[in-house]
Every structure is written in structure tokens, then in C-alpha cells.
Design a binder for this molecule. Sequence first.
Ligand code: SF4
Length: 138
Amino acid sequence: MRSPINIVDVDRTETWSHYKAGMCDTCMANCCTMPLEIRLPDLVRLELVDPFEAEHEDARQIAKRLVKAGVIERFHHKSGVFTVMRRADGDCRFLDAKTRRCTVYDKRPNTCRKHPQVGPRPGYCPHGRRDDARAPLR
Ligand code: SF4
């Protein structure tokens, strides 16, 4: 019997792996290539929006400024969700392209903090082994 080909496709959750602690150590950060949806408190924590502005300014005006600055792609007023603009190659704008590590880890949005417990397939992630990863999965 042929063994199944284990190629992850970020857009197809059926190809994702069951998440286990330590997997991130060997991963190329595929989760950081998925669309990133965040909220106003995340933008404040990321220091992209001033707390005073967040409290007093209309979210649509804030979104307008951030779209113009190329920080967000769009804003959904009804849900209050901002979609962060990604790089041309699909990476999150906060991902270090070389190390594949988050450059804003301590200030990262809630969506990232909750992954993979909350997300398209809870408990699973699009783990993709880094070329330089030697350590076996724990
Ligand atoms: S903010 Fe950091 S953890 Fe979240 S998607 Fe971007 S690089 Fe990944």
C-alpha cells in the first residue's frame, strides 16, 4: 500500500496536522500566510492606533487612514474586523521573511494568540517543516 503524500495546503484544512506542543519550532510559519483579521484593541496594542484615537475616532475613519497607509486591506464595519494587508508573497507584514518568526510576538493580535485552538480547523494547523529543521516533531 502506498503511503499518503503529506503536502500541506494552507487553504485546504484537511491537509493540516493535529497540533502538538513544540511543532512551531520546526515550522516555516505557514499560519502567518493566512488572512489576518484583527480588531481595534489589537491595532492599539500593535501601536498602529493611538488609544485616544481608538476611543474617540470613528472606526471607519481609522480604517480609511490605515488603508491609505497600506496597513490594512479592508474594514468590515458591522463586525468591526480589520483585515491586515499582507506582503506581495502572501506573508504577514509582521513576519520576518528570513527567520520565519513574528517580529511583534509580544504585541501580536488575539487571532494569533488563539491559533490553532480557534480558527478554521480548531486543534489543527498548516504545519510545514522548515528546510533547516532537524529536530523531530515532539
Ligand atoms: S502578527 Fe505575528 S503571529 Fe500573527 S500572523 Fe503576523 S507574523 Fe504571524
